[in-house]
Design a protein around this ligand. Sequence first.
Ligand code: IVH
Length: 735
Amino acid sequence: MSTKPVEDLSPDEAEAELARLAEAIAAADIAYHQNDAPEITDAEYDAMRRRNDAIEEAFPHLIRPDSPGNAVGAPPVEGFAKVRHQVPMLSLAKAYTEQDVLDFLERGRRFFERDKDLELAFTAEPKIDGLSASLRYENGVFVQGATRGDGSVGEDITANLRTIKDIPHKLKGSGWPRTIEIRGEVYMTYAEFQALKARSAASGGQHYVNPRNTAAGSLRQKDPSITASRNLRFFAYAWGATSEDPAPTQFEAVHKFAEWGFPISPLMARAKTVDELIGHYKKIEEQRSSLGYDIDGVVYKVDQLELQRRWGYVTGEPRWAIAHKFPAEQATTVVRRIDIQVGRTGTLAPIARLEPVTVGGVVVENATLHNEDYIAGIDSNGLPIRGDVPIDIRIGDTVVIQRAGDVIPQIVRVVLEKRTADAVPYEFPHTCPVCGSPATRDLNEKTGKEDSRRRCTGELICPAQAIERLRHFVSRGAMDIEGLGAENMDLFFNAGLVKTAADIFTLRDRRPEVQKALAERREQQARQREVLSGKTRKNVRSVEDRNYEGLDKLFAAIDARREPELDRFIFALGIRHIGETTAAALARTFSTVEELIRVGKETAAAADPKSVFPSIDGIGGTVIEALVDFFGNQRNDDVLDALLAQVRPKPYVVAVSANSVVAGKTVVFTGTLEKMSRSEAKAMAERLGAKVAGSVSAKTDILVAGPGAGSKLKTAEALGVEVISEDEWFARVGQ
Ligand code: IVH
């Protein structure tokens, strides 16, 4: 780096130096973030950035398109290519009790009830607590490996997966499909985790929380030799896209994987009855502590692949499998403080700050307290929830907490014997800790009871609500704007650049202000780093440098979402009680945003909203009330208008088998079906893109009538609806 004062630089010198600095800073970023191996000190790094900024300020016309100053935050690890999974990587429904397992078997029995002689068999095997990976083999050769990602799109981590000794580079034996994606779990043993922690402590390095997170971090290294040094392991238990079924059953398929060179769980068994399944669950639970790696339950899967296919899928999960979780692990600790967070819809959410304690391998420092009544120890009826009398939670109390999987830890019990005299009952605030507006509890008109949650009445004047809404708006399941995570949203909000969602789409017009906000943050972070340098250097830098995207890239990412899918858009609005599933149901029903708004306003204006709103499967009074609140509020109207001046949500089209002959048709089944149960019929029709209704109306396209059909058949005939038999149905859909 030159030491010549900036004011003495000629334009040519300035230009040349900016080019050198851009390159050097980019290289330092890569060394630091992606290779985890910084080559220069923080002070040197900061000096380069300051020099770069100073030159840019003096020669604004020389600012490069790839200027380090254009960086919006900075990235943990970029540079893994995205891989779209041809067959999505699903998650599993969960069972917590034996009753849940019985219900699962019962659902299966009912689904297949037409097949009198059919015998459902299951596999049972440990649920490994690691990361799933998909390994693609072509002609027996490992060609590509990916993370699960969001289930549809993962990251290409082939080079890292190649370093795992359990993963064969070439399949052994013979008879493998021409192409097959082997799926399974990458995990780290306790022994390896301890060894890594010991090595790290000796060299004053990083802190590792638990084996699962460490395995995750190890897989996302830019340098495969780091992954290799972590000695990760792999179990194969499933598959994705394949040119042919590996075998007719799950059990045989997984054993084929063993022949081809993969480790498979030695604890996999076949079972038919609930007693056999639970028996195997108990056997695995007994061995849990001696396995040497984390497992968090037992997975049951239908064994016969043909029956797996028939039973099918719900959103993101197979119907034919379930994860039976082990009970939550518990520990005892002390409540240090109670904090209140204000959520997107204004809910005051109390959180217990705890003395850190390890529960099942994870350090826990927070627990949710749900609401005011929960702290007081009563439920919505005023009845005690922890024991026979109401026992409240006080600051300083010793409590038993439990943690189940990824959920936030809960306080299950207060150890009263350890309560000290200075532990006073907690007074829940009646004003919003963020904006000072009154925080009230709504009265539920139906039940006549107060809502359990206290809510801030400040709505959009409450910064906490406004910012939470914005964060929600850009989040993954909602508008999913790349490079505009919670952190940048906070920055733009605090800088006054974005007040409501519509402002996001006009950011480009305010480029200089955006750049200034980013520069100020960088400056502040650099100062912070100076103060902290040496001590917590790593942490500071990694926070600062998250999400490294050029400004142009950010603006492009925003533009790319100007025509969002309707269901995402509805979800993004953040209307109370409207989650992803409900948003999708609304999108399906109304098809366009204009129609939703029209019906929403009409409903809000009606004396009896419920009689106006169309009947939609899964949508009841609570959602309708939330829609009435939303569409009845002028402020939301304005926000929505401004937003729709910027974005055009795409009309909703049913994506499933849109080319089948019944796609888009409304079908009703009636009478006795002989080849399939009612729920199987419904599932099949929906898979083919049809809408299944419960009653016949003028909107019905096809009535499938079995023997014994009664009034529906009459109505259909009267309305001139096409009526076909079950056989004709199968002939028509070609199955
Ligand atoms: S089967 C279609 N089997 O659990 C079924 N998953 O909650 C797909 N997992 O993402 C999964 N052990 O990471 C299956 N023996 C096992 C498993 C297992 C762990 C994980 C996997 C998956 C998650 C689903």
